[in-house]
Ligand binder design. Structure first.
Ligand code: ADP
Length: 191
């Protein structure tokens, strides 16, 4: 089973993806995590994406599609969870093609609905907690970048909701419920 977790920054996609990895042996493919790894590894690509990410803008379709392509070969275990990908219509089309190339298809797109006030609150808290725990906050977990990330979401990613709805793949769930309740809603969609 291959699914997309769709939702704005701070909706809880990463948290729920980790739970599905534990409970169902699925493979989490987070383009955000892959890009952050590229950033710290000091590769040429890391340098290119670093400033764009820190500002809160989207990196190019070409780069993220390339990252996903690399991951789709090999053992598929309990299936893929796409977390933070696709984020544009071009990425959505590319994903359909890449899955077809490896003999797979998309089974569900789960939209996690959360309102903006809560997102800002969650992300500001996530940054504070990281610092309190002796670590560092993500470079893009500040109010300026967050505003841009939200704008990018509404401009470029939210059209995917209509797109997947029209394809009959979309299920929308309440991302404001507790983590356990959100997990239960996702499990219900997965059947
Ligand atoms: P969040 O959902 O909290 O914004 P992510 O970890 O998914 O965080 O993404 C962090 C940043 O990485 C994004 O703001 C963007 O710059 C880049 N990024 C991640 N995934 C994509 C993607 N699919 N397309 C373009 N840029 C991406």
């Amino acid at each position: 089973m291959n699914i997309i977790l769709l939702g704005p920054p701070g909706a809880g996609k990463g948290t729920q993806a980790s739970r599905l990895v534990e409970s169902r042996g699925m493979i989490q493919l987070s383009t955000g995590d892959m890009l952050r790894a590229a950033k710290t590894s000091g590769t040429e690509m890391g340098k290119i994406v670093s400033e764009v990410m820190d500002r809160g803008e989207l990196v190019t379709d070409e780069i993220v599609i390339g990252l996903i392509r690399e991951q789709l070969e090999g053992d598929k275990k309990g299936g893929f969870i796409f977390d933070g990908f696709p984020r544009t219509l071009a990425q959505a089309d590319a994903l359909a093609e890449l899955l077809a190339e490896v003999g797979e298809k998309l089974d569900a797109v789960i939209e996690m609905q959360v309102d903006d006030e809560v997102l800002v609150h969650r992300i500001v808290n996530r940054a504070k907690e990281a610092v309190a725990a002796g670590g560092t906050a993500r470079a893009d977990d500040n109010e300026d970048s967050l505003r841009i990330r939200l704008m990018e979401y509404y401009k470029k990613t939210s059209p995917l909701i209509g797109y997947y709805h029209a394809k009959g793949d979309l299920s929308s769930i309440d991302g404001l419920a507790s983590m356990d309740e959100v997990e239960a809603s996702i499990v219900k969609v997965l059947g």
